[in-house]
Design a protein around this ligand. Structure first.
Ligand code: ARG
Length: 584
């Protein structure tokens, strides 16, 4: 099936050529917007007339005279000081939607002309540590961005830069050597057991480490053994990684998110390349020795208190850290993965780190003009009280507990709505509703803002929630079931009611919305679009009887509008990583 030219693009093209015919040598943006007065309004002529020192109403009249009305544009008129009001033919609207309807999951949306490769760094928890709400945001936002980018035709490669290296492993491994059997083999535990074992080992080893000087010394030596690649040490390190992965996977599964094993490429994966990174930076003079350490200085980048902060590539003791691993990862992602965009979905508190890493990489020539690097720093998750999300005891909230609670709340909503479901069905739907609610609450706020984790609000049926969207979808499915033998079919010969036009024109804007949201890394724009779609559907449904419409043709056409709305909701939600159950 062929991609569909959107109605707004078609109108835009006509206007643009009419404007350049009237005002040669101007490149014109007609500034086309949806409007309540007509289908579209073009506001661009005022500014153009001003530039050309022409009378805006005269110019507008000239432009209008050059527009062919008929198939697509029914009517165009000058209004106010020089605006254009444009009305489309009913036929053009319905035919456009029919073509989308024919195009399956793509809904007529074209692919990018020149797709690039985006390496997206997201969902990066740390080994032997509990995941927290910050990791939730990275996973949810990253997954949604990836869904949207893929849909535009961009090639995406995921990188889960998990924290799997550092001096704390000396302590952990040494403890395990002295207390063998404390960690069960990874293939014998589920996610919950894995994390509780890891927690226990972490706490116990910390206690010994803090109280026993000799153990501390043995742990320090163990770090050296790990760094020099000692076989036994590495095997135990691997056990910590594998045990943690069992836990990560269980959380990602709960989150209804697919994470590929070959895309879990943690900090340690770059160990081998780090000495080379340091050598190159020093050779090029990008990094210099300072008190034994290898550092990059920046005049233009300032930290807190406006003090310049250096980026430490190699510590004085020879050790490499977080920055060296990220710099080496950039080389890998650009050279080996051929990335044209490096996208990092990481807490805004690390934005200074990335600023410095990107600038150092630019100076080294690893980030050339053809490659963009961007940290989509997201804000903090707050509790209902507006303070950073903590338990009443002041501890970080366990991600799993939070997800479980969301699903439990969702079960209450589902149970209340549909009395005829079995307990299994309730649980299945509750998972889709509860997890969807958590994701949607996150995605519907602009990512750089903090947001409140408020379960009551998240699972509410009223307002801008995923449940509201899922409910709209399920209601449409129920109408389609009730229609029985009568199939949805586009009827371009029919006149459209206002609510039908409004819904239709919004459906036409799905593709441009996804492209914009993907290009701006703004999943909330897609969420807002979907919310508006559900609202427009609701007013259509209130005003236009579907199964009881006047004529059989109208019933078919309205069923068709219902079905296209459902498919668009389904696809849009899927891009955000949210399910749309057939019944609620
Ligand atoms: N390439 C990166 N540095 N990615 C972000 C890693 C996030 C880190 N593991 C954390 O939990 O804070």
């Amino acid at each position: 099936m062929a991609p569909v030219t959107s109605l707004s693009d078609a109108v835009n093209q006509q206007l643009t050529s009419a404007i350049s015919a009237s005002l040669p040598e101007t490149s014109a943006d007609p500034l086309l917007r949806r409007s309540d007065r007509a289908d579209f309004q073009a506001n661009g002529i005022l500014a153009l007339a001003k530039k050309a020192k022409a009378n805006p109403r005269d110019l507008a009249t000239q432009v209008v005279s050059r527009i062919t009305t008929g198939d697509v544009i029914k009517d165009v008129e000058v209004s106010g000081p020089g605006f254009l009001n444009i009305t489309l033919t009913d036929k053009a609207i319905t035919e456009n939607l029919a073509a989308r309807y024919e195009d399956g999951d793509r809904l007529g949306v074209p692919l990018k002309d020149e797709p690039g490769t985006t390496v997206i760094d997201y969902a990066q928890p740390n080994v032997a540590k509990e995941m927290h709400v910050g990791h939730l945001r990275s996973a949810v936002i990253g997954d949604a961005l990836r869904g949207m980018l893929d849909f535009t035709g961009e090639k995406t490669i995921g990188r889960h830069h998990i924290g799997d290296w550092g001096t704390q492993f000396g302590m952990l491994i040494q403890y395990l050597i002295e207390n063998p059997g404390e960690l069960a083999p990874p293939d014998e535990v589920d996610g919950e057991q894995a994390m509780s074992n890891l927690n226990r080992v972490y706490k116990a080893s910390r206690v010994v480490f803090d109280s026993d000087e000799e153990f501390k010394e043995r742990a320090r030596k163990r770090v050296v053994a790990l760094q020099s690649g000692d076989k036994e040490t590495l095997e135990l390190w691997q056990q910590f990684v594998d045990e943690s992965k069992v836990y990560f996977y269980s959380v990602f599964e709960k989150l209804d998110m697919e994470i590929r094993d070959d895309e879990i490429v943690g900090e340690s994966a770059y160990n081998e390349g780090m000495p080379e990174t340091a050598r190159l930076l020093e050779e090029m003079g990008v990094a210099v020795r300072s008190e034994g350490a290898l550092v990059v200085f920046f005049d233009e980048i300032r930290g807190k208190d406006d003090q310049p902060v250096p980026l430490i590539v190699q510590k004085a003791d020879g050790g490499f850290g977080y920055a060296a691993s990220d710099l080496t990862a950039i080389r890998n992602r650009v050279t080996d993965l051929h990335a044209t965009t490096l996208l990092y979905v990481v807490d805004v508190r690390q934005s200074l780190h990335f600023k410095m890493v990107f600038e150092a990489a630019r100076r080294a020539g690893w980030l050339s003009d053809g490659v963009t690097a961007h940290n989509m720093g997201y804000g903090t998750v707050l509790g209902a009280d507006g303070k950073p999300f903590k338990t009443r005891e002041g501890e970080t909230v366990k991600l799993e507990d939070l997800l479980d609670e969301a699903v439990q709340r969702a079960a209450e909503v589902v149970r209340e709505k549909a009395q005829d479901l079995t307990e299994d069905e309730i649980q299945e739907r509750a998972a889709q509703v509860g997890i969807g609610a958590v994701k949607y609450a996150d995605l519907s706020t602009s990512p750089n803002r903090d947001y409140k984790f408020d379960l009551d609000q998240m699972v509410s049926l009223n307002g801008d929630t995923s449940v509201y969207l899922q409910y709209a979808y399920a209601r449409i499915q129920s109408i389609l079931r009730k229609a029985g033998e009568v199939r949805p079919a586009a009827r371009p010969e029919l006149e459209l009611a206002d609510a039908e036009r409004a819904l239709g024109l919004h459906l036409d804007a799905f593709g441009s919305t996804v492209f914009e949201a993907a290009a701006e890394y703004a999943p909330h724009k897609l969420a807002a679009y979907l919310y508006q779609l559900a609202s427009l559907y609701t007013s259509f449904y209130d005003k236009c009887p579907v199964l009881k419409a006047d004529t059989p043709a109208q019933v078919e056409n309205r069923l068709f509008l219902c079905d296209l709305t459902a498919r668009t909701l389904h696809q849009g939600m899927a891009l955000l990583g949210i399910r749309t159950p057939e019944r609620l």
